[in-house]
Design a protein around this ligand. Structure first.
Ligand code: AMP
Ligand code: MG
Length: 289
């Protein structure tokens, strides 16, 4: 135990960050720099995360073992947020804490011509995690409402119908053993500017920069409104949204780690028993050379 007090059990993060289904969300008045559950700043968060990392690794291994033994359980982490909100950072720093064999990461950009010829969930379904896996979506089916709406890519009636479609589809996933962890990484417009400028100041980050990001940023209020509606209308008891203030990277990584540990622990993943006679196998090995 370090010098920082652990006043708040990180196990409370789901309560602190869950957006209550059916309640209104006001993104404009929701802090992007808050650190719910952490009172000691960066070093306290890093220390707590170091404690959580082995727990997450153990839970992932249990999940994998259950999947190998015929269980249907899997996890889907849906990451949404503006450019530079840290979706890639979460993939690296949070999921990077577990065995990479158990994780699949899929990113969703503007759909290809082939993808556009199909229903919007077609390319999403193709990337769902298999039993025992943790899947991470860096952007997701929510772009089919948010990006489509803000950029006016399809008539409103088309994306309007998608809130209910998504809710029904997600309920089906949950019924089929998917633990859905939907995370909105909330950053300020100022942080977005700082991080985009940093990309332009650093030749090792040019590859991350996309001139279109500045166009998206110019439409900040429209994006916030579109996200707010998705958070309000697609938060359900089966698949609630978690709002993670993400101006501090150290908080973001701690918070998502903590959410995953708590939600996976609640699954009570038991190590699969042996489907062979352990004693007989031991005896066989001991009898052999
Ligand atoms: P990035 O995640 O930085 O690679 O950017 C991907 C880009 O693709 C973002 O500007 C998204 O808004 C955009 N995008 C992702 N999915 C869709 C979609 N279904 N329709 C339109 N644009 C999308
Ligand atoms: Mg980008």
């Amino acid at each position: 135990m370090g010098k920082h007090s652990r006043a708040v059990d990180p196990a409370q993060l789901t309560d602190l960050l869950r957006l209550e289904p059916g309640h209104g969300v006001d993104l404009l008045s929701t802090s992007t720099g808050a650190t719910p559950g952490i009172s000691g700043g960066k070093s306290a968060a890093r220390e707590l995360q170091a404690d959580l990392a082995p727990r997450l690794a153990d839970l992932q291994e249990r999940l994998y073992a259950v999947g190998r033994s015929g269980g249907r359980q899997r996890v889907l982490v849906v990451l949404q947020g503006m450019d530079t909100s840290g979706k890639g950072g979460v993939s690296r720093h949070v999921l990077g804490q577990v065995d990479p064999q158990g994780v699949t990461i899929a990113g969703f950009g503007a759909p290809t011509e082939e993808e556009r010829a199909h229903d919007f969930l077609w390319r999403i379904e193709a990337k769902l995690p298999r039993p025992g896996q943790i899947g991470v979506f860096d952007r997701s089916h929510y772009e089919d409402i948010v990006a489509v709406r803000v950029h006016e890519l399809l008539p409103p009636a088309v994306w309007e119908a998608r809130y209910d479609r998504i809710n029904e589809w997600e309920a089906g996933l949950v019924a089929d053993g998917v633990l859905l962890v939907k995370v909105f990484l909330h950053i300020s417009r100022e942080t977005s500017k700082k991080r985009l400028l940093a990309r332009l100041d650093d030749p090792t980050k040019f590859w991350k920069y996309n001139p279109g990001d500045v166009d998206d940023r110019a439409k900040w209020p429209a994006f916030q409104q579109a996200y707010q509606d998705v958070l309000e209308r697609c938060g359900t008891d089966a698949a609630p949204w978690y709002l993670v203030p993400a101006d501090h990277k150290w908080y973001r990584d701690f918070a998502v780690t903590s959410l995953l540990v708590e939600l996976l622990e609640a699954q009570h993943l038991e190590w699969p028993g042996a489907d062979f006679d352990v004693e007989a196998e031991k005896a066989r090995l001991l009898a052999a050379e």
